[in-house]
Design a protein around this ligand. Structure first.
Ligand SMILES: *[C@@H]1O[C@H](CO)[C@@H](O)[C@H](O)[C@H]1NC(C)=O
Ligand SMILES: *[C@@H]1O[C@H](CO)[C@@H](O)[C@H](O)[C@H]1NC(C)=O
Ligand SMILES: *[C@@H]1O[C@H](CO)[C@@H](O)[C@H](O)[C@H]1NC(C)=O
Ligand SMILES: *[C@@H]1O[C@H](CO)[C@@H](O)[C@H](O)[C@H]1NC(C)=O
Length: 479
């Protein structure tokens, strides 16, 4: 049971970070009208939004909670349901593990954010093909779902928000294939060519999310993007069980993601006509950095940075109830939260479930099994990847090479088809990479950059995975 002791060790480490967790305090500042300065002129066109939660499973509660929260924010801001398109697996609200059936919250003692959320693309319909079809407003390319698409015109403003697990060059979706960075960029270029928007803002939360745009998103598309992390670091989750032992003890899963709750809690309280994208970027950057680079992430900006001067109102609308709450510099709740990376949040959930379940109960056994399975799977994938690297490069240097990070501004890989082919080849022999295995995306990209061919990968994968019983998910789903 070495993996089990590893788990305990890991959790002792994780838990030791939690000692100084603090509660959040929302602050609102009231200003007299002469101090508020001039309002930015509002949007002429229609505001559209696409909201995407890329995961499923109760251990990933927070991603769907983020998306539901974003929906409520946009509705209060004045967007209509017909202009908000939601992708989420929808397995949280009525999950047997949810202590409050039918209710989803995005912060301790938060209000329900689930009510009224449109079920546009749920379950297996929440996939990458539908996402591209929605963005490009190509109804014939849709399979299932509500049929709502980004049917925008040249004067319209588009807001896209994605939250989930990512890895260098890819984002996960709850079902089917990944969102590869080059495909996403191609879709955005096509959208731009179709002259069906004036400007677009893309907020992206995922590990290594910077790698989706770095060196890839051209300036000339009228798109401004911010990401929760740079191209080489994790993004962080928040409102986790250890953060609030006295606040929401019935939850054994994290309720939000740090970058995501930062932009949403900032937007929730202000008159957004008075706040620019740039001002929000600063607020989110400060809160997400967690004040220490070791345990926070770097919020990044890409695309056309002149758009930063625009007000949030153009994309998110504004809640009339906030009309007297004007944005000011330094107007933000700086809070330190216990840093847990996206990658470890599922372990944290299984651990809490295990810890809380009564001794000898079925639930305890189940949680123990989940924890051990997850840790075993991780060790298994680590082992396979090292083996493949050794076979391909015939030396220990091969291992080092796989961790190579290209200079800032350069995309992860030059030949994206090679990356996709090698991933597919690996999965044919070894089963799904799974969420954890996604962390090896850079390693596989580096194999491409070093000229590894499909045949070599096939041979190495076949050898590395020969006779291994696959303990992880089936190839077509990513659990
Ligand atoms: C973050 O890292 C710094 C420096 O390593 C450490 O002093 C601090 O306690 C950490 N903060 C949290 C909340 O873990
Ligand atoms: C829409 O999708 C269909 C099916 O994938 C494709 O054949 C067609 O070319 C697409 N139309 C546009 C305008 O991109
Ligand atoms: C960036 O956006 C601004 C404001 O919309 C626009 O004037 C400028 O031409 C854009 N820059 C590029 C390179 O497209
Ligand atoms: C904002 O302040 C004005 C002036 O005091 C007041 O008339 C108005 O009702 C307030 N708006 C809200 C939403 O509280």
């Amino acid at each position: 049971m070495t993996s089990y002791s590893l788990g305990v060790l890991l959790f002792l480490v994780l838990l030791s970070f939690s000692l100084e967790s603090q509660q959040l305090h929302g602050h609102s500042f009231k200003l007299s009208s002469e101090e508020t300065g001039s309002y930015h002129v509002g949007a002429k066109g229609t505001r559209w939004a696409v909201l995407v939660a890329g995961s499923n499973g109760y251990e990933n509660y927070r991603h769907q909670a983020d998306v539901c929260h974003a929906y409520q924010l946009l509705r209060k801001g004045g967007l209509k349901d017909e202009n908000i398109i939601v992708f989420m697996y929808d397995d949280i609200a009525f999950n047997v593990q949810n202590p409050r059936p039918g209710i989803i919250i995005n912060r301790p003692q938060g209000e329900d954010v689930y009510e009224g959320v449109p079920k546009d693309y749920t379950g297996h319909n929440a996939n990458v093909h539908n996402l591209y079809a929605v963005i490009l407003a190509n109804k014939t390319a849709l399979t299932g779902g509500s049929g709502k698409v980004l049917d925008s015109g040249p004067e319209d403003h588009i807001f896209i928000y994605y939250t989930d697990h990512g890895s260098p060059g890819v984002l996960a979706m709850p079902y089917d294939d990944y969102v590869y960075a080059n495909d996403l960029i191609d879709v955005l270029k096509k959208k731009h060519e179709s002259n069906t928007f004036k400007s677009m803002v893309f907020y992206l939360e995922a590990c290594e999310s910077g790698s989706m745009f770095e060196g890839l998103l051209p300036e000339g598309l009228n798109i401004y993007a911010t990401t929760a992390a740079n191209a080489v670091e994790n993004s962080f989750v928040t409102y986790c069980p250890d953060d609030y032992p006295h606040v929401a003890p019935e939850y054994d899963t994290c309720l939000g993601d740090l970058y995501s709750v930062s932009w949403m809690e900032d937007s929730d309280k202000h008159d957004l006509r008075t706040e620019t994208l740039e001002q929000q970027y600063e607020v989110v950057r400060r809160r997400t950095s967690n004040e220490y680079p070791e345990n926070g992430s770097h919020v990044m900006q890409y695309g056309n940075l002149s758009l930063r001067k625009k007000s949030l109102y153009d994309y998110l609308g504004t809640n009339p109830a906030n009309e007297n709450y004007t944005f000011m510099r330094h107007d933000s709740s700086t809070s330190i939260s216990k840093p847990v990376s996206q990658h470890d949040a599922d372990l944290l959930h299984f651990w809490h479930k295990f810890r809380k379940a009564p001794k000898g109960s079925e639930k305890k056994l189940e949680a123990q099994k989940q924890l051990i399975d997850e840790l075993n799977q991780r060790l298994h994938i680590d082992h396979i990847m090292m083996f493949i690297a050794k076979l391909l490069f015939e030396s220990e240097n091969g291992l080092l090479m796989l961790e190579t990070v290209r200079p800032a501004g350069q995309p992860l890989v030059d030949d994206w088809n090679c990356l996709k082919t090698l991933v597919r080849t690996y999965e044919e022999h070894c089963g799904s990479l799974s969420r954890y295995g996604m962390t090896y995306m850079r390693a596989i990209a580096n194999m491409c950059n070093a000229g590894v061919k499909m045949e070599q990968m096939a041979m190495a994968s076949a050898q590395a995975c020969m006779g291994t019983t696959l303990i992880h998910a089936a190839p077509s789903t990513m659990n």
